[in-house]
Design a protein around this ligand. Structure first.
Ligand code: FAD
Ligand code: MG
Ligand code: MG
Length: 307
């Protein structure tokens, strides 16, 4: 595979999702969300910052939101490529996809889970990300980006997987300048209108491998010291019959996931590191329902607390 091929693959995922023969409320609203994001990329963002130059970078921390956004970004990149060669007399296979790797920035500030680090490595090669990794523990987030821009002087805009329901997310816009205490560049935030259930619906349908922490009950991942599995997903003894009243809202997406030949309940997650298993075991937090069992946006960060 190369970046063009994985972009085409992501395009096929979103196209297949949009034609899904299922009218659950979550899937319907996710289709609307996908179309809005797609319009942002194709009509507003790519015509302004050429995605085949080094004007745009992608901010990536291995989380579910930026992975869902990455799938959409690559899908749109493929569409943008197809439209750019439309005028040519030669069929698509005669055109070279103009990008070999995607400029990506990961601010590696705090101590992270080994499972997340390994999953970032997997996605790095899966999606041909050329990851700039900031030196750990050296800088604040704005300083780290200042550093990034000093190394990548052509960067004008950075894509961010933030949503309205995130802390301080409510008043953000899809395209806006950074605040005055940040280095100056354009923030590109085309996932703002996505709910937690939209993110899970697309991600689980995509059949792409996701970070293994989510299967262990994490819903939002911060540093090792500040994140535990979501308490609302704790399995209580003997309550397995009714899943504590929790329901998997994504059975259809999982069973009919893109590229599955037979419907199965398997979700592709990255390997769960034994060192993280030890951390969770010591904290007594090993027995949780998967993160995607939680779809209430207001509870997404309930696992963010000091141990
Ligand atoms: P998460 O869901 O963890 O993150 C939301 C998204 O932020 C991720 O999908 C990813 O795209 C990006 N992101 C988060 N952590 C990292 C990381 N360690 N490395 C790389 N990307 C990451 N705040 C301001 O107040 N003013 C600003 O002008 C401003 N500009 C920003 C510009 C960029 C490029 C980024 C990435 C962040 C900026 N922020 C700014 C901070 C932003 O609003 C969020 O607070 C921050 O991204 C953390 O998100 P979260 O942990 O709440 O949510
Ligand atoms: Mg998030
Ligand atoms: Mg975060």
């Amino acid at each position: 595979m190369n970046l063009g091929e994985v972009s085409a693959h992501c395009y096929n995922i979103t196209t297949s999702y949009l034609s899904a023969n299922n009218d659950s409320a979550i899937i319907e609203s996710t289709k609307v969300a996908i179309r809005i994001t797609r319009n942002h990329f194709l009509q507003e963002i790519f015509p302004r910052w050429n995605p085949f130059s080094d004007q745009i970078s992608f901010s990536y921390n291995g989380g579910k939101d930026c992975q869902a956004l990455l799938i959409l970004y690559l899908s749109c990149l493929w569409e943008f490529f197809l439209s750019s060669i439309q005028v040519s007399q030669y069929p698509p296979e005669y055109h070279l996809f103009p990008l070999k790797s995607l400029p990506t920035v990961y601010i590696n500030q705090a101590e992270t889970f080994r499972t997340l680090e390994e999953s970032i490595e997997t996605t790095r090669s899966r999606y041909f990300l050329s990851v700039y990794e900031s030196p750990r523990n050296q800088t604040s987030m704005p300083e780290a980006f200042k550093n990034y821009l000093e190394h990548n002087t052509h960067t004008q805009a950075i894509v961010i997987g933030i949503r309205y329901t995130d802390p301080f997310g409510a008043d953000l816009k899809c395209v806006q300048k950074t605040d005055s205490d940040w280095p100056e560049f354009m923030r590109i935030q085309p996932l703002l209108h996505w709910s937690l259930s939209n993110v899970w619906s697309l991600l689980l349908y995509s059949n792409e491998e996701i970070c293994g922490l989510y299967e262990k009950g994490f819903t939002s991942v911060g540093s090792v010291n500040s994140t535990i599995p979501n308490p609302y997903l704790k399995r209580s003894p003997g309550a397995d019959r009714d899943n504590n009243g929790l329901k998997n809202h994504f059975e259809w997406e999982i069973r009919n996931a893109y590229g599955k030949e037979e419907p199965t309940d398997e979700v592709r997650v990255s390997a769960f590191s034994s060192s993280d298993a030890k951390i969770l075991q010591e904290a007594g937090t090993l027995n949780y329902y998967p993160g995607w069992f939680l779809i209430d946006d207001s509870l997404e960060r309930a696992g963010r607390a000091r141990r």
